[in-house]
Design a protein around this ligand. Sequence first.
Ligand code: HEC
Length: 118
Amino acid sequence: MLSSVLRCFVAAFSVLLLNLATAGATHAAVAEASPGAALFKQHCAGCHINGGNIIRRGKNLKLKTLERDDLATVTAISTIAREGRGQMSGYADVLGADGDQLVAEWVLMQAQNAWTQG
Ligand code: HEC
């Protein structure tokens, strides 16, 4: 009797764990699968890891900073991604046809989420 109750608990617990693991994997897969995220990782994260800026700390990609610099739009960010700005050079050559747009949309979304996802 006791052992069957135990077994039932163990089974229920495993299902729960499995669900948690799958949910985590799905979330990670979505973040990885986003082309904007992949472009950012490849071409921007070297300097802007987690939305920061390792070269000019004050010029980061946090929403407050983008708003301060009037850059909190996909258009403004995609222009910088393509052409650069100040000490940052442009990445038009490596981003591909829609890459500037995709990466800019992703950056703005991350900024709006305080860089807590992906
Ligand atoms: C080699 C380092 C480096 C890489 C790689 C890089 N950046 Fe930058 N980024 C900078 C620096 C430095 C600045 C500050 C430029 C300035 O104003 O002098 C900057 C500024 C910016 C700003 C403006 C921030 C603000 O509020 O002033 C945006 C937006 C931005 N980068 C987006 C990107 C995106 C998108 C990518 C990838 C396509 C990228 N950066 C790749 C170094 C880099």
